[in-house]
Design a protein around this ligand. Structure first.
Ligand code: CP
Ligand code: NVA
Length: 301
Protein backbone atom coordinates (compact mmCIF):
# COMPACT_ATOMS: atom_id res chain seq x y z
CA UNK A 1 0.00 0.00 0.00
CA UNK A 2 1.31 3.40 -0.98
CA UNK A 3 0.67 6.79 0.66
CA UNK A 4 1.31 10.06 -1.18
CA UNK A 5 2.18 12.65 1.44
CA UNK A 6 5.08 14.16 -0.48
CA UNK A 7 6.36 14.40 -4.05
CA UNK A 8 9.11 12.11 -2.77
CA UNK A 9 6.54 9.31 -2.41
CA UNK A 10 5.89 9.35 -6.17
CA UNK A 11 9.31 10.29 -7.48
CA UNK A 12 9.66 7.07 -9.47
CA UNK A 13 6.08 7.26 -10.77
CA UNK A 14 5.89 11.00 -11.50
CA UNK A 15 6.26 10.73 -15.29
CA UNK A 16 3.90 7.73 -15.49
CA UNK A 17 1.23 9.65 -13.57
CA UNK A 18 1.54 12.52 -16.04
CA UNK A 19 1.25 10.09 -18.96
CA UNK A 20 -1.87 8.51 -17.45
CA UNK A 21 -3.29 12.00 -16.81
CA UNK A 22 -2.91 12.79 -20.51
CA UNK A 23 -4.86 9.62 -21.32
CA UNK A 24 -7.64 10.53 -18.87
CA UNK A 25 -7.71 14.06 -20.25
CA UNK A 26 -8.74 12.53 -23.60
CA UNK A 27 -11.08 9.71 -22.55
CA UNK A 28 -12.34 10.95 -19.12
CA UNK A 29 -11.99 7.43 -17.66
CA UNK A 30 -15.25 6.39 -19.27
CA UNK A 31 -14.78 2.67 -18.54
CA UNK A 32 -15.06 3.49 -14.81
CA UNK A 33 -11.92 1.74 -13.54
CA UNK A 34 -12.71 2.68 -9.91
CA UNK A 35 -16.28 1.40 -9.93
CA UNK A 36 -17.41 0.69 -6.37
CA UNK A 37 -14.41 2.42 -4.76
CA UNK A 38 -14.86 5.12 -2.12
CA UNK A 39 -12.64 8.08 -1.25
CA UNK A 40 -13.01 9.98 2.02
CA UNK A 41 -11.93 13.61 1.62
CA UNK A 42 -11.15 15.30 4.94
CA UNK A 43 -10.84 19.09 4.89
CA UNK A 44 -9.49 21.07 7.82
CA UNK A 45 -9.03 24.15 5.60
CA UNK A 46 -11.01 25.79 2.78
CA UNK A 47 -10.77 24.54 -0.79
CA UNK A 48 -12.32 25.11 -4.19
CA UNK A 49 -10.10 23.32 -6.71
CA UNK A 50 -8.95 20.40 -4.59
CA UNK A 51 -12.42 19.57 -3.35
CA UNK A 52 -14.22 19.86 -6.67
CA UNK A 53 -11.51 18.17 -8.75
CA UNK A 54 -11.14 15.18 -6.41
CA UNK A 55 -14.90 14.82 -6.12
CA UNK A 56 -15.45 14.94 -9.89
CA UNK A 57 -12.43 12.69 -10.50
CA UNK A 58 -13.86 9.95 -8.29
CA UNK A 59 -17.30 10.28 -9.88
CA UNK A 60 -15.96 10.14 -13.44
CA UNK A 61 -13.86 7.07 -12.63
CA UNK A 62 -16.97 5.29 -11.35
CA UNK A 63 -16.20 5.71 -7.65
CA UNK A 64 -17.80 7.61 -4.80
CA UNK A 65 -16.31 10.61 -2.95
CA UNK A 66 -17.31 11.59 0.59
CA UNK A 67 -16.71 15.22 1.52
CA UNK A 68 -15.89 15.51 5.22
CA UNK A 69 -15.20 18.78 6.98
CA UNK A 70 -13.28 18.39 10.23
CA UNK A 71 -15.80 20.65 11.95
CA UNK A 72 -18.49 18.00 11.28
CA UNK A 73 -16.33 15.06 12.33
CA UNK A 74 -15.62 13.98 15.92
CA UNK A 75 -12.06 15.07 15.04
CA UNK A 76 -13.35 18.62 15.44
CA UNK A 77 -14.44 17.76 19.01
CA UNK A 78 -11.08 16.33 19.95
CA UNK A 79 -11.15 12.70 18.78
CA UNK A 80 -7.58 11.64 18.10
CA UNK A 81 -6.46 11.66 14.49
CA UNK A 82 -5.09 8.14 15.07
CA UNK A 83 -8.53 6.89 16.16
CA UNK A 84 -10.22 8.69 13.28
CA UNK A 85 -7.87 6.88 10.93
CA UNK A 86 -8.33 3.48 12.57
CA UNK A 87 -12.12 3.70 12.27
CA UNK A 88 -12.57 5.55 8.99
CA UNK A 89 -10.15 3.45 6.98
CA UNK A 90 -12.25 0.36 7.69
CA UNK A 91 -15.03 1.89 5.57
CA UNK A 92 -13.30 3.44 2.58
CA UNK A 93 -10.74 2.53 -0.09
CA UNK A 94 -8.70 5.72 0.09
CA UNK A 95 -8.42 9.00 1.99
CA UNK A 96 -7.43 12.48 0.85
CA UNK A 97 -6.61 14.95 3.63
CA UNK A 98 -6.08 18.71 3.66
CA UNK A 99 -4.68 19.57 7.07
CA UNK A 100 -2.99 22.41 8.89
CA UNK A 101 -0.16 20.28 10.24
CA UNK A 102 1.71 17.92 7.95
CA UNK A 103 2.47 15.76 10.97
CA UNK A 104 -1.26 15.06 11.40
CA UNK A 105 -1.41 13.56 7.92
CA UNK A 106 1.66 11.46 8.71
CA UNK A 107 -0.06 10.22 11.91
CA UNK A 108 -3.23 9.44 9.98
CA UNK A 109 -1.29 7.47 7.39
CA UNK A 110 0.55 5.41 10.01
CA UNK A 111 -2.76 4.07 11.33
CA UNK A 112 -4.49 3.80 7.94
CA UNK A 113 -5.47 0.56 6.20
CA UNK A 114 -5.81 2.36 2.86
CA UNK A 115 -3.75 4.81 0.75
CA UNK A 116 -3.64 8.39 2.04
CA UNK A 117 -3.15 11.41 -0.25
CA UNK A 118 -1.95 14.82 0.91
CA UNK A 119 -4.40 17.43 -0.41
CA UNK A 120 -2.23 20.26 1.04
CA UNK A 121 -0.52 20.74 4.36
CA UNK A 122 1.73 23.47 5.73
CA UNK A 123 4.68 21.51 4.28
CA UNK A 124 3.65 20.27 0.83
CA UNK A 125 1.06 20.26 -1.94
CA UNK A 126 2.08 17.30 -4.14
CA UNK A 127 -1.13 17.14 -6.23
CA UNK A 128 -0.60 20.76 -7.21
CA UNK A 129 2.96 20.01 -8.35
CA UNK A 130 1.65 17.21 -10.59
CA UNK A 131 -0.83 19.58 -12.25
CA UNK A 132 1.83 22.27 -12.61
CA UNK A 133 4.24 19.93 -14.36
CA UNK A 134 1.54 18.63 -16.71
CA UNK A 135 0.72 22.23 -17.65
CA UNK A 136 4.36 23.02 -18.36
CA UNK A 137 4.62 19.90 -20.51
CA UNK A 138 1.53 20.90 -22.46
CA UNK A 139 2.61 24.51 -23.01
CA UNK A 140 6.34 23.95 -23.56
CA UNK A 141 6.48 20.34 -24.76
CA UNK A 142 9.46 19.60 -22.50
CA UNK A 143 10.76 19.83 -18.94
CA UNK A 144 13.98 21.26 -20.31
CA UNK A 145 13.00 24.77 -19.19
CA UNK A 146 13.97 27.26 -16.52
CA UNK A 147 11.21 27.88 -13.97
CA UNK A 148 11.38 30.79 -11.55
CA UNK A 149 9.14 31.05 -8.51
CA UNK A 150 8.62 34.55 -7.16
CA UNK A 151 7.43 35.19 -3.59
CA UNK A 152 6.88 33.24 -0.40
CA UNK A 153 8.80 29.96 -0.03
CA UNK A 154 5.73 28.02 1.08
CA UNK A 155 4.15 24.55 0.81
CA UNK A 156 3.60 24.90 -2.94
CA UNK A 157 7.27 25.76 -3.50
CA UNK A 158 8.45 22.88 -1.34
CA UNK A 159 6.62 20.43 -3.60
CA UNK A 160 7.75 22.27 -6.74
CA UNK A 161 11.39 22.05 -5.65
CA UNK A 162 11.12 18.30 -5.25
CA UNK A 163 9.18 17.88 -8.51
CA UNK A 164 11.67 20.01 -10.47
CA UNK A 165 14.52 17.95 -9.03
CA UNK A 166 12.79 14.68 -9.95
CA UNK A 167 12.18 15.84 -13.54
CA UNK A 168 15.61 17.42 -14.01
CA UNK A 169 14.11 20.89 -14.47
CA UNK A 170 16.08 24.05 -13.66
CA UNK A 171 14.30 25.91 -10.89
CA UNK A 172 15.09 29.17 -9.09
CA UNK A 173 13.20 30.45 -6.07
CA UNK A 174 13.40 34.24 -5.71
CA UNK A 175 12.20 35.34 -2.28
CA UNK A 176 13.01 37.90 0.41
CA UNK A 177 15.36 36.89 3.25
CA UNK A 178 13.63 34.60 5.78
CA UNK A 179 10.96 33.53 3.24
CA UNK A 180 13.07 30.70 1.82
CA UNK A 181 11.63 27.18 1.33
CA UNK A 182 12.22 24.67 4.15
CA UNK A 183 15.94 23.82 4.49
CA UNK A 184 15.22 20.09 4.80
CA UNK A 185 13.30 20.18 1.51
CA UNK A 186 16.09 22.09 -0.24
CA UNK A 187 18.54 19.49 1.01
CA UNK A 188 16.44 16.60 -0.29
CA UNK A 189 15.85 18.33 -3.63
CA UNK A 190 19.56 19.04 -4.09
CA UNK A 191 20.36 15.39 -3.43
CA UNK A 192 17.95 14.27 -6.17
CA UNK A 193 19.20 17.03 -8.49
CA UNK A 194 22.70 15.57 -8.29
CA UNK A 195 21.34 12.55 -10.17
CA UNK A 196 18.89 14.24 -12.54
CA UNK A 197 21.06 17.25 -13.39
CA UNK A 198 18.56 19.95 -12.49
CA UNK A 199 20.01 23.27 -11.45
CA UNK A 200 18.29 24.46 -8.24
CA UNK A 201 18.81 27.86 -6.71
CA UNK A 202 17.37 30.06 -3.97
CA UNK A 203 18.13 33.75 -4.31
CA UNK A 204 17.09 37.20 -3.10
CA UNK A 205 18.07 38.79 -6.46
CA UNK A 206 14.68 38.90 -8.14
CA UNK A 207 15.49 40.71 -11.41
CA UNK A 208 18.59 38.62 -11.98
CA UNK A 209 16.66 35.39 -11.32
CA UNK A 210 13.88 36.14 -13.78
CA UNK A 211 16.25 36.61 -16.74
CA UNK A 212 15.82 33.78 -19.28
CA UNK A 213 12.90 32.29 -17.36
CA UNK A 214 10.57 30.12 -19.43
CA UNK A 215 8.08 29.69 -16.61
CA UNK A 216 7.20 32.23 -13.91
CA UNK A 217 5.24 30.98 -10.91
CA UNK A 218 3.79 32.66 -7.88
CA UNK A 219 1.43 31.97 -4.98
CA UNK A 220 -0.26 34.06 -2.30
CA UNK A 221 1.79 36.01 0.21
CA UNK A 222 -0.48 34.91 3.06
CA UNK A 223 -1.16 31.18 2.99
CA UNK A 224 -3.91 29.54 5.03
CA UNK A 225 -2.59 29.48 8.59
CA UNK A 226 -0.32 32.53 8.10
CA UNK A 227 -3.04 35.10 8.82
CA UNK A 228 -1.46 36.28 12.09
CA UNK A 229 1.66 37.51 10.29
CA UNK A 230 -0.23 38.92 7.30
CA UNK A 231 0.70 42.56 7.82
CA UNK A 232 4.43 41.85 8.03
CA UNK A 233 4.28 39.49 5.04
CA UNK A 234 2.63 42.08 2.81
CA UNK A 235 5.45 44.50 3.64
CA UNK A 236 8.28 42.01 3.23
CA UNK A 237 6.99 40.51 -0.01
CA UNK A 238 5.89 43.75 -1.69
CA UNK A 239 8.73 43.78 -4.25
CA UNK A 240 8.09 40.16 -5.24
CA UNK A 241 5.08 40.73 -7.47
CA UNK A 242 4.65 39.24 -10.93
CA UNK A 243 3.68 42.27 -13.00
CA UNK A 244 4.20 43.29 -16.64
CA UNK A 245 7.57 44.88 -15.88
CA UNK A 246 8.89 41.69 -14.30
CA UNK A 247 7.41 39.51 -17.02
CA UNK A 248 9.26 41.57 -19.62
CA UNK A 249 12.58 40.50 -18.06
CA UNK A 250 11.76 36.83 -18.73
CA UNK A 251 11.88 35.07 -22.09
CA UNK A 252 9.34 36.63 -24.48
CA UNK A 253 7.55 33.26 -24.69
CA UNK A 254 7.47 32.76 -20.90
CA UNK A 255 4.33 31.27 -19.40
CA UNK A 256 2.88 32.27 -16.03
CA UNK A 257 1.54 29.87 -13.41
CA UNK A 258 -0.31 30.40 -10.13
CA UNK A 259 -1.84 27.57 -8.10
CA UNK A 260 -4.78 29.85 -7.16
CA UNK A 261 -6.61 31.37 -5.38
CA UNK A 262 -4.90 34.62 -6.45
CA UNK A 263 -4.91 38.01 -4.74
CA UNK A 264 -4.77 40.50 -7.58
CA UNK A 265 -2.57 43.48 -6.78
CA UNK A 266 -0.46 41.49 -4.30
CA UNK A 267 1.59 38.57 -5.69
CA UNK A 268 0.29 39.07 -9.26
CA UNK A 269 -1.42 41.80 -11.25
CA UNK A 270 -4.75 41.45 -13.01
CA UNK A 271 -2.99 42.28 -16.27
CA UNK A 272 -0.56 39.35 -16.02
CA UNK A 273 -3.17 36.93 -14.71
CA UNK A 274 -5.37 37.64 -17.73
CA UNK A 275 -2.57 37.91 -20.30
CA UNK A 276 -2.14 35.38 -23.11
CA UNK A 277 1.01 34.21 -21.27
CA UNK A 278 -1.05 33.10 -18.29
CA UNK A 279 -1.68 29.34 -18.11
CA UNK A 280 -3.49 29.42 -14.79
CA UNK A 281 -6.85 28.11 -15.99
CA UNK A 282 -5.27 25.17 -17.83
CA UNK A 283 -3.28 24.59 -14.65
CA UNK A 284 -6.45 24.56 -12.54
CA UNK A 285 -8.11 22.16 -15.01
CA UNK A 286 -5.14 19.83 -14.85
CA UNK A 287 -5.74 19.18 -11.15
CA UNK A 288 -8.64 16.99 -12.29
CA UNK A 289 -6.63 14.96 -14.78
CA UNK A 290 -3.55 14.35 -12.61
CA UNK A 291 -5.64 13.40 -9.59
CA UNK A 292 -7.57 10.90 -11.69
CA UNK A 293 -4.25 9.36 -12.64
CA UNK A 294 -3.12 9.34 -9.01
CA UNK A 295 -6.37 7.77 -7.79
CA UNK A 296 -6.12 5.17 -10.55
CA UNK A 297 -2.57 4.32 -9.51
CA UNK A 298 -3.46 3.99 -5.82
CA UNK A 299 -6.97 2.54 -5.83
CA UNK A 300 -7.39 0.31 -8.88
CA UNK A 301 -7.56 -3.47 -8.23
N1 CP B 1 -4.74 25.29 -5.63
C1 CP B 1 -5.56 24.77 -4.70
O1 CP B 1 -5.22 23.81 -4.00
O2 CP B 1 -6.76 25.37 -4.62
P1 CP B 1 -7.86 25.15 -3.51
O3 CP B 1 -7.33 25.72 -2.23
O4 CP B 1 -9.07 25.91 -4.01
O5 CP B 1 -8.14 23.69 -3.35
N1 NVA C 1 0.09 28.35 -0.23
C1 NVA C 1 -1.35 28.37 -0.29
C2 NVA C 1 -1.83 27.43 -1.34
C3 NVA C 1 -3.32 27.40 -1.54
C4 NVA C 1 -3.74 26.40 -2.56
C5 NVA C 1 -1.91 28.00 1.07
O1 NVA C 1 -1.39 27.09 1.70
O2 NVA C 1 -2.88 28.62 1.49
Amino acid sequence: MQHVLSVLDIQDQFRDILRQAQIFKKDHGEDEPLKGKTLAMIFEKSSTRTRVSFEVAMYQLGGFPLYLSTSDLQLGRGELIEDTSRAMTRYVDGVMIRAREHQDVVKFSIHSRVPVINGLTNLEHPCQALADMLTILEWKGTFNVKMVYVGDGNNVVNSLLLAAAVLGMDFTVACPPSYEPRPEIIKKALKIALKTGSNLEVTHQLQEAVKNADVLYTDVWVSMGDEETAEQRLKDLQAYQINTELLELANPEAMVLHCLPAVRGQEITEEVLNSPQSAVWDQAENRLHVQKALLYLLLKD
